[in-house]
Design a protein. Structure first.
Length: 716
C-alpha cells in the first residue's frame, strides 16, 4: 500500500570483512535513495474522490471560502439574496441536490457557510458518487469541507486582508498557531472580519393580455447596503496515547452580526400601481453558533480498528425586521415590526469498525445517529396606519429531525489492476413539527442505498484507469418546505407569491450511473473525462395558485425526471508539453448538464434551474522564487428553466476573470494582490408567467463591480 505522504529512505551501509589476522580496508558504498510514491486519493482510492488542499484554496487570496470553491471542477457558486452568501452547486444542481458536509458530517441546521474562510480549511473533497459511510443525500454529488486539525510542525502565521468592492471595504485578520510535541499536537485559528456590501439592481415588469396588448409596465430600483461582522475561532487538539489510541478534539465558534437596509422604488408607467410603491426594510441578525466534536480511535489487537465520534452543537439567533411602505402619494401604508428568536440544538454520533483485512477484502461496518431540534419564537405586528387595522401574528414553531443510519462497505482487490467498492446504507428519517397556525406535522421515511464502484487500471499503460459507479441517492424535503405556514410577500402577485409548505412531501429518490476515464502521468499531467446519468422519482414541483385573494406557492411531489451530463478536467505543467517552457501550470474543467422533468411540458423543462454549462480555465506562473502570478476565468450558462406548465425562470450567463500576483520577501513574508471579477459583467435574471390570461415577464439586472484584494502573510 503506498504511503500517504512522501518518504525518503536513506540507507548508508559499510561492509566490513570477516575477522582475520589482517582486515582489508572497509569499502564505503554510495548512499542509496528510495523514493516512495505519494498517495493520491483520486488515483489510488477504490471509490472516486477528488481532493484539493489548502494551497489550492488560498492561491487567490479570497476572503470567503465560497469564492475559492467556484474554481473547482464541476462546482458553481450562484448569487444569493443581497448581502447573503450564494448557493453551491455540483453538476449545475443546488437546493438540496448537492450535499455539503463539514468534516464528513451534515452541516447543522442554521450553519452559516459564509463564516468559513480558506485559512480555516485543510482540504475540500469532491465526491461525484457517494460512499456508504457518508449520508446518501447527494443526487448531484457531495462537497466535503475538512477544517484544519492537529499540526504537522510548530508555526505561527498572521494573515491580514483588505478587500474593496463597489466602494465598500472588507478588512479581515487571521491568526493561526500550531504546536506539535511527542503524542500531542494542536492548532487554533482565529479570524475577525467586517464585510461591507452594496448591491444595486434594476428590474422591469411587463404584462400583456391574451391578445398581446400591454396592460401593465413597471420599473423598479433596488439598493441594499449593510455589513456583516464576525469573529470565528476554530481550535483542535490531537492526542496519541501509549497504547496507540488517538483522541481528536475539534471545535468551531462563531459570533456575528448582520445588518442590512433595503430600499425599493416602483414606478408604474402603465396599469394599476402596486399597493406599496416605495418599500424599506431594515434587518438585524445576531448569531452565536458553536459546535464541538470528540473522536476516539482504537487499534484492535486482532487487527483492524474501532472509532467513535460524538459531536454536539447549536446556535442562537435573534432577528429584527422592520418594514415600511408608502403609496403613490407618499403616504405610509405599511408598518411591519417582526421580532424572532431561533434556537438550534444538535447531536450527532458516528462509529466505524474496520475489520482486519482478509485476503482481498477490507470490510467496514458503521452507524450514524443524529438529532436536530429547532424552536422559533416569531411575533409579527402590523401596526394600524392610514386607517388600516393592525394585527398581531404569533408565528412560533418548534421542529425536530431525527436520523438513524447503518452501513457496510468493502474494498475488494480482485487483482493488481481491478478493485471493487461495495457498500449499502440504510437511513431512517423522522420529522416532527408543531406551532401556531397549523396542525402538527409528522413525517417518517426510510431509504436503502446500495452502491457499487469499480476501478480498472488499463493494461500496458500504468497511468490510465476506468471508473464505474452504480448508486442510489435521495433528496429529503427541507424543514421549511414541510411546514404548512404561509410566509407572506410584499406586493403579492403571481411573480411574487406567498410561500407555504406541504407536510405530505416525500423524498426524491435517484438511481444513477457514473463513468470516467482518468490519466495521471509521472510528469504531472493529469486529466479526466466522464459522464453521468440519474433517474429521479417523486420530483418536487411548485404550484402557484390564487387562494383567498392572495397568490400562494406550494411544493408537491410530481412524477419523475432524468438528468445526465459530460464532464472533464485537466491539469498539466507547461514543460511537460513544451520543452524548456517556463514554470507554468495549466488547468481547465468543463461540465455540460441536461435534465428533463416528465410532468412539465418542454422545452427547457429542466430540474430546479440546472446550469447547462459550467467551466473554468486558469494558469499559474512561478516567475522566480520571489514572484508568482496567475489568472482564472470561470463561466456558467444562463438558460430559461420551465418550472411548471405556466412559469419559466430566466437566468443570464455569468463570466468572472480573477488574477493575482504574489511577492515573497523571504521564506516567511508574502504580499498578495488580487482582483476578482475583473470583467464585471452585470448579471441578469427573471421570470415569465404565461397562461390563458396573458403573459407576465419580470427581468432583473444586478450591477457588478470588481473586487480588489491586498493580502499580507507573515510567518512568525
Amino acid at each position: 500500500m503506498p504511503a500517504r505522504c512522501p518518504a525518503l529512505l536513506v540507507l548508508p551501509a559499510l561492509l566490513a570483512a570477516p575477522a582475520a589476522a589482517q582486515s582489508p580496508p572497509a569499502t564505503e558504498l554510495d548512499t542509496v535513495q528510495v523514493q516512495v510514491e505519494r498517495y493520491d486519493a483520486r488515483r489510488d482510492d477504490g471509490a472516486t474522490r477528488i481532493v484539493f488542499d489548502a494551497g489550492a484554496l488560498r492561491q487567490y487570496g479570497d476572503t470567503a471560502l465560497l469564492d475559492a470553491l467556484k474554481r473547482l471542477p464541476g462546482v458553481s457558486v450562484v448569487a444569493g439574496a443581497p448581502g447573503r452568501p450564494g448557493g453551491v452547486t455540483l453538476r449545475g444542481l443546488g437546493n438540496g441536490y448537492t450535499q455539503i458536509l463539514i468534516n464528513g458530517q451534515k452541516a447543522p441546521l442554521g450553519f452559516d457557510l459564509d463564516s468559513l474562510t480558506p485559512e480555516m480549511v485543510e482540504k475540500v473533497e469532491i465526491l461525484r458518487a457517494p460512499t456508504a459511510d457518508l449520508r446518501g443525500e447527494a443526487i448531484a454529488g457531495t462537497l466535503n469541507i475538512v477544517l484544519v486539525s492537529g499540526a504537522e510542525r510548530d508555526s505561527d502565521t498572521v494573515t491580514a486582508n483588505w478587500s474593496v468592492n463597489n466602494g465598500r471595504s472588507t478588512p479581515s485578520v487571521s491568526w493561526q498557531r500550531s504546536r506539535r510535541s511527542e503524542g500531542r499536537s494542536h492548532t487554533i485559528t482565529t479570524t475577525a472580519t467586517r464585510r461591507a456590501f452594496l448591491v444595486e439592481e434594476a428590474s422591469t415588469e411587463t404584462v400583456n393580455d391574451a391578445t398581446g396588448q400591454p396592460t401593465a409596465l413597471r420599473q423598479s430600483a433596488l439598493r441594499a447596503s449593510g455589513t456583516r461582522e464576525a469573529l470565528v475561532v476554530t481550535p483542535s487538539l490531537e492526542l496519541t496515547f501509549d497504547n496507540a489510541d488517538t483522541l481528536a478534539l475539534q471545535a468551531y465558534i462563531d459570533a456575528s452580526r448582520f445588518q442590512r437596509h433595503i430600499d425599493i422604488d416602483w414606478d408604474t408607467q402603465l396599469g394599476e400601481p402596486l399597493l406599496h410603491t416605495q418599500y424599506q426594510q431594515q434587518t438585524t441578525i445576531d448569531l452565536i453558533q458553536a459546535n464541538g466534536s470528540a473522536e476516539w480511535t482504537h487499534a484492535l489487537d486482532t487487527g483492524g480498528s474501532f472509532s467513535s465520534k460524538l459531536a454536539l452543537g447549536g446556535n442562537h439567533e435573534r432577528y429584527r425586521y422592520r418594514e415600511q411602505g408608502q403609496d403613490t402619494q407618499g403616504q405610509q401604508n405599511l408598518d411591519d415590526h417582526t421580532d424572532a428568536r431561533l434556537n438550534v440544538r444538535n447531536a450527532n454520533s458516528t462509529g466505524k469498525w474496520a475489520l482486519p483485512s482478509r485476503g482481498r477484502h477490507t470490510l467496514q461496518l458503521g452507524w450514524e445517529a443524529s438529532l436536530d431540534h429547532r424552536d422559533e419564537e416569531r411575533l409579527q405586528q402590523l401596526r394600524p396606519i392610514s386607517g388600516l387595522p393592525g394585527s398581531i401574528s404569533d408565528l412560533s414553531f418548534d421542529a425536530e429531525v431525527g436520523r438513524l443510519a447503518v452501513y457496510a462497505q468493502d474494498d475488494i482487490e480482485l487483482s493488481p489492476r481491478w478493485s471493487l467498492y461495495l457498500g449499502t446504507r440504510w437511513e431512517h428519517i423522522s420529522t416532527r413539527s408543531s406551532g401556531s397556525g397549523f396542525d402538527p406535522v409528522r413525517q417518517t421515511d426510510s431509504v436503502l442505498s446500495p452502491i457499487l464502484q469499480s476501478r480498472w487500471k488499463l493494461p500496458g499503460t500504468g497511468d490510465r484507469q476506468l471508473r464505474l459507479a452504480l448508486t442510489r441517492t435521495y433528496k429529503s424535503p427541507t424543514l421549511g418546505s414541510l411546514i404548512p405556514r404561509p410566509y407572506t410577500s410584499t406586493n403579492n402577485r403571481p411573480l411574487n407569491p406567498d410561500e407555504q409548505g406541504n407536510p405530505a412531501l416525500k423524498p426524491e429518490l435517484a438511481t444513477g450511473v457514473d463513468l470516467a476515464y482518468e490519466a495521471q502521468r509521472k510528469n504531472g499531467v493529469q486529466w479526466s473525462i466522464g459522464g453521468y446519468a440519474r433517474r429521479i422519482r417523486d420530483v418536487v414541483l411548485t404550484d402557484t395558485t390564487l387562494r383567498n385573494g392572495r397568490w400562494v406557492a406550494t411544493p408537491r411531489n410530481g412524477g419523475s425526471a432524468r438528468s445526465w451530463g459530460v464532464e472533464m478536467d485537466a491539469k498539466a505543467p507547461l514543460h511537460a508539453l513544451i520543452a524548456n517552457a517556463p514554470d507554468i501550470t495549466l488547468r481547465a474543467n468543463a461540465t455540460y448538464n441536461a435534465s428533463r422533468v416528465d410532468e412539465v411540458p418542454g422545452p427547457d423543462n429542466r430540474l430546479d434551474g440546472q446550469l447547462r454549462f459550467t467551466g473554468s480555465v486558469g494558469a499559474d506562473y512561478r516567475i522566480d522564487p520571489r514572484w508568482n502570478t496567475g489568472a482564472s476565468y470561470t463561466w456558467r450558462s444562463g438558460d430559461p428553466t420551465r418550472v411548471s406548465t405556466w412559469q419559466t425562470d430566466l437566468e443570464g450567463w455569468n463570466r468572472e476573470l480573477d488574477v493575482y500576483v504574489v511577492r515573497a520577501f523571504g521564506p516567511r513574508n508574502k504580499l498578495r494582490l488580487s482582483v476578482g471579477n475583473l470583467l464585471h459583467p452585470d448579471t441578469r435574471s427573471g421570470q415569465r408567467l404565461q397562461d390563458e390570461n396573458g403573459t407576465q415577464v419580470l427581468q432583473r439586472e444586478r450591477r457588478i463591480t470588481p473586487t480588489w484584494r491586498l493580502q499580507w502573510e507573515l510567518a512568525l
